[in-house]
Design a protein around this ligand. Sequence first.
Ligand SMILES: [Zn+2]
Length: 96
Amino acid sequence: MKCIVCHGEDIQIGTVKEGLNIENDLVYVCVRIPVCRTCGERYYDRQTMRFLEEVNQTLREKKHKNLKEIGKIFEYGSEIQQHESEGLHQGIMAGI
Ligand SMILES: [Zn+2]
């Protein structure tokens, strides 16, 4: 298998954190997929795409379990949008 981006051949299965935006929150979902070691391109198979869609749906319906908070997301210098944002969001992470 060759990388379609850089044509490198060093593609290995690895665990990556896929970020899902749920309203103001960001949830990292760990998935094992082939990743190009040269340029970092990620290759999602159909099963992984479906899994991520399911997790996304579960999170939007607030039926998630086992979320671990690993940090916070801040916003700086956005006074103009102050009415839309509180400036402080929660960062959470889902493991499989
Ligand atoms: Zn590549």
